[in-house]
Design a protein around this ligand. Structure first.
Ligand SMILES: [Zn+2]
Length: 328
């Protein structure tokens, strides 16, 4: 039985960490393509460009078109090749970073992710979720290695709408349940083997961190301030969940998420919001102990907006629509 774990090359997190980006990228190469989503373009790119200029490093900025699909990846690959970029940076949400990773790894360049929200564990992983141009899940794309650098500025994340953090909590809540399901069945993870003790332990730490600090972190984000609780939950959503899912394994919650993406009505909901439907379903499908279900449920009423969105999600008749689709 082979046990395997994989990790990003370097993880850097803290308030105002974005100031470190030029010096950190400078370790990896002399020129960079930065793929930024529309929010990052407006709020942060001017200061990033100025910082790279001061550091005498070349940076080419391209706006992300909004979907991590093959045509967008090919468009950006051409830019990176024509400008001979050593490094590809994805800055924004999960799809922007997955696109940056797909471009950088596809061209065998160094890869950097800079999440501006803590809504998924995409920043650390050696895979990307590829969608069809209209938004339905297409496939996982696997890379030879994880990003060379994951840089997380918690001051930026604290200023983002709390819905993103809550979605990330929903995604991260699945990590330990899915890791534990894989551990019990000796299932292989994305890393290519059975999980290591490190991976299962980090998945459990992810869960415990969210239960302890999740609510306080949401309050911090609502106030736009960085607190130790927010730092802990950002680390749980990003690093612990990232290493946990990738090296311990995914199970029912993400499968249910992938199925939900086929339904057009789900496209306005974030990845973690759909995953949390899968977590709920998995607790019952897995015949989990009632005390555990109650423990998990105890966080939910406190996360008011997450809970409300979930109810809204259910009210949109996901399941009745899905049943309609599958029964023809
Ligand atoms: Zn996920």
């Amino acid at each position: 039985m082979i046990q395997t774990s994989i990790f990003p090359g370097k993880y850097l997190q803290g308030a105002n960490a974005i100031a470190e980006l030029p010096s950190q990228v400078g370790r990896l190469g002399e020129s960079a393509l930065l793929v930024a989503d529309i929010v990052a373009m407006k709020k942060y790119i001017p200061q990033v460009e100025a910082a790279f200029k001061r550091a005498k490093l070349e940076i080419i900025v391209e706006e992300f078109n909004g979907e991590c699909c093959d045509s967008e990846i090919e468009r950006l690959k051409k830019v990176a090749e024509s400008r001979d970029c050593d490094v590809v940076i994805g800055m924004g949400g999960g799809k922007t970073m997955d696109t940056g990773k797909s471009v950088g790894h596809g061209l065998r360049r160094r890869v950097v992710t800079v999440p501006t929200i803590a809504s998924t564990d995409a920043p650390t992983s050696a895979l990307a979720v590829i969608y069809r141009p209209e938004g339905a899940f297409s496939r996982y794309l696997f890379f030879e290695r994880n990003p060379d650098l994951v840089l997380v500025d918690t001051a930026i994340i604290a200023k983002a709408p709390v819905r993103f953090l809550i979605a990330g909590i929903g995604d991260a809540l699945s990590t330990w349940f899915e890791a534990d399901a894989c551990r019990q069945s000796y299932a292989n993870s994305f890393a290519g083997g059975v999980g290591t003790l490190a991976a299962y332990s980090l998945a459990r730490l992810c869960y415990d961190t969210i239960l302890e600090f999740g609510v306080a972190a949401c309050r911090s984000c609502e106030g736009g301030v960085v607190t130790p609780a927010l730092e802990h939950v950002v680390e749980a959503n990003t690093l612990l969940s990232g290493v946990g899912f990738e090296s311990a394994g995914l199970a029912g919650a993400h499968s249910i998420h992938n199925g939900l993406t086929v339904l057009h009505g789900t496209h306005s909901y974030y990845h973690g919001e759909k995953v949390t439907i899968g977590v709920e379903a998995g607790l019952f499908l897995g015949d989990r102990h009632q005390a555990l279900i109650a423990d998990h449920g105890s966080v939910e009423p406190l996360m008011v907006s997450w809970w409300n969105r979930k109810k809204q999600l259910l009210q949109n008749h996901f399941f009745s629509k899905h049943l309609h689709l599958t029964t023809g």
